[in-house]
Design a protein around this ligand. Structure first.
Ligand SMILES: Nc1ncnc2c1ncn2[C@@H]1O[C@H](COP(=O)(O)OP(=O)(O)O)[C@@H](O)[C@H]1O
Ligand SMILES: [Mg+2]
Length: 304
C-alpha cells in the first residue's frame, strides 16, 4: 500500500480515490501524483475512469472515498484557482468572441480586466489565433476551438494543468503545437496531467505514465521503469546456430524465423549472460529488444 508521505508533498497527489455510479465502480482506489515540471499521461481505454479521476481533482464530482492533495494539503476551492482545466465535454460559449471569452475566464480566476485582456491576446497569438480575436467560437474549426479551450486553461498562469483528452480530434500540426506548449509549460515548472488513449502520443510527450483500467492503476512509472517490470522480447541472430537458446535460464523461445530467434526474457534476467551464450555459438549479427514501446506494454498489462 502506498502512503501519501511516500508520494512527497509537492504538486498534486491523488490518494485512494473511489467513486461508484450506481452499480458501476468508476474509481476503485486510484493513487498517483503529478509533480512540478512533470508531464504525466493518464492512459486507459474508454470507461477506464480517467475523466472521473480528473473531475474529482477539479471538485466537479465528489469521490466516495480518498483524497486529493495539493502541495501536501487537502484541496480546497481556493487552491483550484491555480489549476487550469480542459474538460472532456469542453465548456465554452459558442456565440462569444474568443478574445473576450478567454479574458472572461481569466477574470473568473481572479485576474484584473487589463491583465485578463493581455493574457487572452498573448495565448491566442501563441496558439495561432491572434488574427481572430473578434470571431465567435462557432466560426472556428474543431481544432481551433480546442486551441481556444487550451488558452482558457492557460491564461491565468496555472501551477497545474488538468487536460482531459486535449489531443482528441487534432490534426498532426495541432498535435505538434500542443505538445510544444505542454513541454514548455513543464519546463517552466508546471505540473501537467493529461489523459489520452493515443499511446504513441503519450509515449512521445510524457515523462511518466499512469495506466488505468476498470478504475484501478495497473502501472505507474517512467516507460523505462514499466519496461523493466514486464517480460520483454529479445531478437538474436547468431550466424549458423539455431537451438542454442533452449536451455538458458529466465528465457523462453517465442519463435524462430529466418532473422534469428525471438526470446521472451523475464524481468531481472541477465541479458549479458544471454549475449555471452550467443557469442559462444558463433558471430552475433543482431541482438536487440523487439518490443518495449508503450503500445506493447499496454497490451501486456491490459488484457481481457
Ligand atoms: N455521471 C456518471 N453517471 C453514471 N456513470 C458514469 C458517470 N460518469 C462516469 N460514469 C461511468 O464510470 C466509468 C468511468 O468513466 P470515465 O471516468 O468517463 O472513463 P474514461 O474517461 O476513462 O473514458 C464508465 O463506466 C462510465 O460509464
Ligand atoms: Mg474520459
Amino acid at each position: 500500500m502506498i502512503t501519501t508521505s511516500e508520494l512527497g508533498a509537492e504538486g498534486l497527489e491523488v490518494f485512494g480515490l473511489r467513486r461508484r455510479f450506481g452499480e458501476v465502480v468508476a474509481l476503485d482506489g486510484v493513487t498517483f501524483a503529478a509533480r512540478p515540471g512533470e508531464i504525466v499521461g493518464l492512459v486507459g481505454r474508454n470507461g477506464a475512469g480517467k475523466t472521473t479521476a480528473m473531475r474529482s481533482i477539479m471538485g466537479i464530482i465528489h469521490p466516495d472515498a480518498g483524497e486529493v492533495r495539493w502541495r501536501g494539503r487537502p484541496l480546497h476551492d481556493g487552491a483550484r484557482l491555480q489549476f487550469g482545466y480542459m474538460p472532456e465535454e469542453r465548456g465554452l460559449y459558442p456565440q462569444m468572441p474568443i478574445g473576450a471569452q478567454v479574458a472572461y475566464f481569466a477574470q473568473l480566476h481572479g485576474m484584473t480586466a487589463a491583465a485578463a485582456g493581455a493574457g487572452a491576446r498573448h495565448w491566442l497569438e501563441r496558439l495561432g489565433l491572434g488574427e481572430r480575436l473578434d470571431e465567435r467560437l462557432v466560426a472556428l474549426s474543431h481544432g481551433n476551438q480546442q486551441r481556444v479551450q487550451l488558452a482558457v486553461s492557460l491564461v491565468h498562469d496555472p501551477r497545474l494543468l488538468v487536460l482531459d483528452e486535449p489531443f482528441a480530434g487534432l490534426d498532426p500540426e495541432a498535435v505538434d503545437s500542443l505538445s510544444d506548449v505542454l513541454r514548455e509549460q513543464a519546463a517552466a515548472g508546471r505540473a501537467i496531467l493529461f489523459s489520452s488513449h493515443q499511446l504513441e502520443l503519450v509515449e512521445r510527450i510524457c515523462r511518466r505514465v499512469v495506466i488505468v483500467d476498470r478504475g484501478r492503476v495497473l502501472a505507474d512509472g517512467t516507460l523505462r521503469e514499466l519496461r523493466q517490470r514486464l517480460p520483454a522480447e529479445l531478437r538474436i541472430r547468431v550466424d549458423g546456430a539455431s537451438d542454442w537458446a533452449a536451455a538458458l535460464p529466465g528465457v523462453r523461445i517465442a519463435r524462430t524465423d529466418a532473422d534469428g530467434v525471438v526470446l521472451v526474457v523475464e524481468p531481472g534476467t541477465d541479458t549479458q549472460a544471454i549475449l555471452r551464450a550467443a557469442q559462444a555459438q558463433g558471430p552475433v549479427e543482431h541482438f536487440a529488444y523487439e518490443t518495449g514501446g508503450l503500445v506493447d506494454l499496454y497490451r501486456q498489462m491490459v488484457s481481457g
